[in-house]
Ligand binder design. Sequence first.
Ligand SMILES: Cc1cc2nc3c(=O)[nH]c(=O)nc-3n(C[C@H](O)[C@H](O)[C@H](O)COP(=O)(O)OP(=O)(O)OC[C@H]3O[C@@H](n4cnc5c(N)ncnc54)[C@H](O)[C@@H]3O)c2cc1C
Length: 409
Amino acid sequence: MAVATQPYAEQTDEQKAITEMVHQFVDEQVLPIAEEHDHEDKFPEDVVAQMRELGLFGVTIPEEYGGMGLDLTTYALIVEELSRGWISISGIVNTHFIGSYLLMKFGTDEQKERWLPRMATGELRAAFSLSEPGLGSDVQAIGTRAKRDGDTQTGTGDWVINGQKMWVTNGLRSGLVFLLAKSDPDASPPYKGMTCFVTEKEPGQSVGEGPYAGLTVPPQIKKMGYKGVESTELVYEDYRCPSANVLGGEEAGLGKGFGQMMDALEVGRVNVAARGVGIAQRALELALRYSQERKTFGKQIAEHQAIQFKLADMATKVEAARLLTRKAARLKDAGERSDLEAGMAKLFASETGKEVVEDSFRIHGGYGYSKEYEIERLYRDAPLLLIGEGTSEIQRMVIGKKLLQRHKV
Ligand SMILES: Cc1cc2nc3c(=O)[nH]c(=O)nc-3n(C[C@H](O)[C@H](O)[C@H](O)COP(=O)(O)OP(=O)(O)OC[C@H]3O[C@@H](n4cnc5c(N)ncnc54)[C@H](O)[C@@H]3O)c2cc1C
């Protein structure tokens, strides 16, 4: 269904072609299976196989490593389309995208050559792990500990990791986990003692063996929405991580993990914003359709002004969220500061996702509460976007801090 708010005007020809291709893919392959997979909490194997064929796991990975070498703006356009179909699909690529961003920006040449080619095809997929059972927003409180076991003089030897991680999206099926751990517990402030370790595991295996012994993936967490894609805990018990897997190498990477992860969260926020736009767009489409089908008091409900006003507010918010998201992505692509803009886009677009979905749900009346209607799934999916990559309260803290930094008197 073509909706007037579909903004192709400012896109390059390449972006238009990719966006249209993903839009069609979502209409033909994602929307028809989303309800069944959601209701059964089933991983969409076939869709993921097709996404691999389309190259969607390597959108931002440079061509020399087998990817498409496209920018964040194009990636955000793709994510918007995928989320319009089902946000779980975008969740499968999101942590993978963050992992590849970390490798491209901070990884050594050896690390890039080792992992990026298989990541570009989606054969090797990545997870991103900050949160623990006792913390999410307060990242500096991380308790997972990495201790060197080996020659501290020469900097060789493994790191031994102990700790428990929580809410790891793609925790079971990923082969790489970008893990933030404390390598120096005495560092002050604590963030200076944190390092990002690229921990390897066997995809799909819940109890690590051989080189992956010491890493256990407990059964996936049961959730209200965001089904199909697994969220798990990860338990590290004397898991050995070679020093070669310190992101950026020991010399450059030790003690730099916090800054690296925060940098990645900035692009992650643009990505969550795009997911907010996608789910809101779909909710709007469903409301436009339903309001022209359902009749009350002798006319289509779309003819009642109260419903038209709701549709008008919904479409306006979707468009505003889209523009904020594209602005943040473009600034990042242009190498300009985008921390404030990424925070604003994430805050506004995720709240818009929730609000527009709720308005569409109301327009559906009693049927919105039925599992027969797609809006019921969107109603359970949308709240995740208020939480992931930093809650709305945390975004407001980021925005406030950055505003004051930029406007110091
Ligand atoms: C489905 C799902 C998938 C996820 N995937 C991942 C993943 O792949 N990797 C990962 O690392 N994490 C992941 N997370 C975790 C997510 O990032 C955290 O849940 C989120 O950061 C919030 O942390 P918390 O749940 O510990 O809440 P808390 O930090 O305990 O916050 C609780 C409440 O207090 C508010 N609050 C906290 N501090 C302040 C403050 N200073 N001022 C005002 N209000 C405050 C928060 O906004 C929130 O409302 C996922 C979560 C979910 C639900």
